[in-house]
Write a protein that binds this ligand. Sequence first.
Ligand code: ZN
Length: 83
Amino acid sequence: MCKQDEFNSERDFFKKYPSRFYICSNCGYMNPSKYTCQKCGWRADGLFKTMDRGYRYKILTTGKEYEIFKPIELEKGENNGIK
Ligand SMILES: [Zn+2]
């Protein structure tokens, strides 16, 4: 289960995850879209969401919550064993 991060704005989100590439929860393909996999067609905003393998965050200024594919920055961190 991934924890939910909070950002003041969408801009702060991109400051933390500047690559703008996201790992598909279903097949692991690297996508330029947060929500739709170009390879297998999986949707992070679909019926099964990201199956707890994605990334959740909240924008504080709007109070909106999002569930998206995991940014590649996080994937690298896990491979290095950094917590
Ligand atoms: Zn996929």
